[in-house]
Design a protein around this ligand. Structure first.
Ligand code: ATP
Ligand code: MG
Length: 361
């Protein structure tokens, strides 16, 4: 496909995305979606729907059967927050086979020990209830596949959460070693960490744990939740009591800082401590602030959901474009390493011999 002028090469490329393990939530909104919306104007954006990465911890048939719904959900959520499909290329990772090939080539450049030392992979294994001896090659090589995603787009900017910073370092190392060995091909990608990269979950079920809001932990406020569900979930946030000191800042105060502002959060905390503000009133104030952000998103989400086939069309168009880009990068990588000359040299010599013997080949 020809690259359109709207997607001209002059803007730096950005790659980011999510695993389709559930719909997106408030943590995604402040931790990554708002950054994506802001950066889409001066970057050429590739937004991956990382279904292969989902297989690293959710490979069972019943889990794979959930992918179509979640793929649709996360694209819908991103359109609802304001990502413009004319500016951004949404694509389905597993439908871009050139990325698998690139990942194999990059695996040659990363020491196994380097991957074994990455803490986030062990946390993912723990979260998926995988004991150490059941760690798969796929999970261990997760950052290498992520490097292939980033490098196939030749992206230089990668907005991610703190948990992914080390993965971007691996992508940078892959790019740098590749360039050193075979000549400059890849820009060195840099992580862009957002200010709010770890919004805690609502405390239901895991009171005071300080756990990050996560699609799969049952502690998320989803962008598609109704106003009633959002309010009910937020009302489970406790302030805690001075007797039971917790190492974590009460989630209620973190939410207030993120959604109301530092000054308002300080006031709210002081009121709660002094007993001049009830917990119910603090909840009301927080719910009002969050609703102000969520209401327009919810409305756009339901309008877009009503346009039959729209989301699917955006994914298919974007994936076709991503395949073109990936094929070009893979061809350049194969050429640089010498694999393409190896194959084409063999073909040319064989055809020449066949011609000399006057046999069609
Ligand atoms: P899963 O439960 O499948 O791990 P998740 O809800 O933790 O899902 P991810 O897909 O792991 O979400 O996260 C993708 C990106 O979203 C992260 O790199 C980070 O930028 C952002 N993100 C996720 N959760 C939060 C959060 N609670 N606060 C801020 N940012 C978040
Ligand atoms: Mg996660």
């Amino acid at each position: 496909m020809v690259e359109t002028t709207a997607r001209a090469e002059s803007r730096p490329r950005l790659l980011t995305g999510d695993r389709p393990t559930g719909p997106l939530h408030l943590g995604h909104l402040v931790g990554s979606l708002e950054t994506r919306v802001a950066l889409q104007h001066d970057h050429e954006c590739f937004i991956i729907v990382a279904d292969l990465h989902t297989l690293t911890t959710r490979p069972r048939a019943e889990e794979v059967a959930e992918l179509p719904g979640y793929v649709r959900d996360i694209v819908l959520d991103q359109l609802a927050v304001g990502i413009d499909p004319e500016r951004a290329t949404f694509y389905l990772q597993s439908a871009v086979p050139a990325v698998y090939d690139l990942a194999i080539l990059l695996q040659m450049l990363v020491p196994k020990l380097r991957l074994e030392q990455i803490g986030s992979l062990r946390s993912m294994a723990r979260a998926a209830a995988l004991p150490d001896d059941a760690m798969t090659m796929g999970l261990l090589a997760y950052p290498v596949l992520q490097a292939a995603d980033i490098l196939m787009a030749r992206a230089s900017v990668v907005p991610v959460g703190l948990d992914n910073e080390e993965h971007i370092a691996i992508a940078r190392e892959c790019a740098s070693v590749f360039n050193e060995l075979y000549g400059d091909l890849f820009p060195l990608p840099q992580a862009r960490i957002s200010r709010w990269s770890s919004l805690p979950g609502i405390e239901r079920g895991i009171a005071g744990s300080g756990a990050k809001m996560s699609k799969s932990l049952g502690n998320a406020v989803f962008l598609g939740d109704s106003a009633e569900v959002v309010a009910a979930k937020l009302r489970t946030l406790e302030f805690g009591d001075a007797e039971r000191a917790s190492p974590h800042e009460p989630a209620l105060l973190v939410f207030a800082r993120v959604f109301m502002g530092e000054d308002e959060a300080r006031e709210l905390g002081a009121g709660l401590r002094a007993g001049t503000l009830s917990l119910a009133a603090a909840h009301d104030a927080l719910i009002a602030a969050i609703e102000q952000r969520l209401q327009p998103i919810r409305e756009r989400r339901s309008a877009l959901a009503g346009e039959i086939g729209l989301v699917e069309e955006i994914i298919v168009d974007g994936t076709i474009r991503a395949r073109e880009v990936a094929n070009v990068t893979l061809a350049r990588a194969r050429e640089a390493i010498g694999l393409e000359p190896l194959w084409s040299g063999l073909v040319t010599a064989t055809q020449a011999r066949a011609k000399a013997r006057k046999r069609p080949y």
